[in-house]
Write a protein that binds this ligand. Structure first.
Ligand code: FAD
Length: 318
């Protein structure tokens, strides 16, 4: 079923989770051990992220270093199929532009369609660590907008090979990313919102937000979207702070900021890991309860492999 159909049918706020593919060499068990304890909350769908290959530098006998691409995590398509098979819920693979030619994307979409996976989250993708900034794949999509357009063309039966005249029409429901605190590369919020609107106008069906810790920023973001005619469901993405190092790493990695009140409270316990984590859990619980009360379609938790923490929150909210 499509993610947006779940939203239409739901009588109250739904819950969903995002999981990361295991690292190269890992097995599905790491995903199952994250998801097993969370399935009692009956998420209708589960997102699976996609991570572009990274480079390593290997020293050759000559002494020179050779740049070698390594694929850090196994592919999303197989992981999605396993999740659907084990739990009987829908899986939402993240599709990115980076590292994919349009042909690769088409092939991935054909595989997904074949497996009965008809939801995707269309993203540009992060920059590789070594590149410093996002570098599009030659022959690939540049922005998430281009990817949305490619999926929509397939939904109309239009494939890259224009000699195909009776192409199977896929029926993908497309989610896209939104940023309550602005995407870090956008010159300002208004411009970022216009690009977000372009993704919706091109046929994206719903938005999932970057994590945020101040609900007012989310509410303002929703109001700004509505004001420019973005009328699709907007799903808040949530993550609890659980360790002191995240006070710096999360703002650096995700380009977001922490509210004063939360930061002050966390800093009081920066030398007491247990108490620190408890404050993080309580903050996320409070955020979740308020968002649910306001009637958001779904609360989407970034699990990052930590089922226990997410479960502690979900138990209080659902
Ligand atoms: P876009 O919508 O393409 O926007 C990128 C930037 O370009 C923005 O600054 C935007 O304002 C600007 N822009 C957009 N369109 C245009 C245009 N036509 N002309 C000029 N500028 C434009 N990354 C991964 O690698 N794997 C994942 O699985 C993953 N999952 C994510 C899930 C969620 C819910 C979120 C919020 C993010 C996720 N990301 C993931 C991170 C995401 O890939 C990065 O934030 C990336 O930098 C931007 O992706 P986007 O889809 O928002 O890009």
């Amino acid at each position: 079923m499509k993610v947006t159909d779940y939203f239409k049918q739901a009588k109250s706020t739904l819950i969903s989770f995002e999981v990361l593919p295991p690292l190269k060499g890992g097995s599905m068990n790491s995903i199952f051990s994250t998801l097993d304890p969370l399935m009692e909350f009956k998420p209708p769908f589960i997102d699976v992220t996609y991570h572009r290959e990274e480079y390593v530098y290997k020293q050759r006998p000559s002494g020179y270093f050779e740049k070698t691409a390594i694929r850090k995590r196994p592919g999303t398509v197989g992981i999605c199929a396993s999740i659907m098979h084990r739990y009987g819920v829908d899986a939402v693979p993240h599709l990115i532009c980076g590292g994919f030619t349009k042909d690769d994307t088409e092939n991935a979409l054909i595989d997904l369609n074949f497996l009965g996976i008809n939801n995707v989250l269309a993203l540009r993708g992060d920059a590789r660590k070594f590149d410093g900034k996002f570098i599009p794949q030659p022959g690939g999509n540049i922005y998430a907008l281009d990817l949305v357009e490619q999926v929509q063309r397939m939904n109309k039966g239009v494939y890259l090979d224009d000699t195909i005249i009776d192409g199977t029409q896929t029926d993908f429901c497309i989610g896209v990313a939104g940023y309550p605190e602005k995407h870090f590369e956008a010159p300002n919020m208004a411009t970022d919102l216009q690009y977000l609107k372009a993704k919706i106008d091109a046929g994206a069906d719903y938005i999932v937000t970057q994590m945020f810790f101040d609900n007012d920023k989310f509410f303002k973001f929703v109001d700004s979207c509505r004001a420019i005619g973005i009328d699709v469901p907007i799903v808040p993405g949530l993550k609890p702070i659980t360790a002191p190092y995240q006070l710096n790493s999360i703002p650096r990695l995700f380009h977001i900021s922490f509210p004063d009140e939360m930061t002050e409270e966390l800093l009081k316990y920066k030398d007491d890991r247990k108490a620190f984590k408890q404050i993080g859990i309580e903050w996320c619980t409070k955020q979740s309860q308020e968002l649910k009360k306001k009637g958001v379609p779904c609360l989407h938790y970034y699990t990052m492999g930590d089922a226990k923490t997410i479960k502690a929150i979900a138990e209080k909210v659902f």
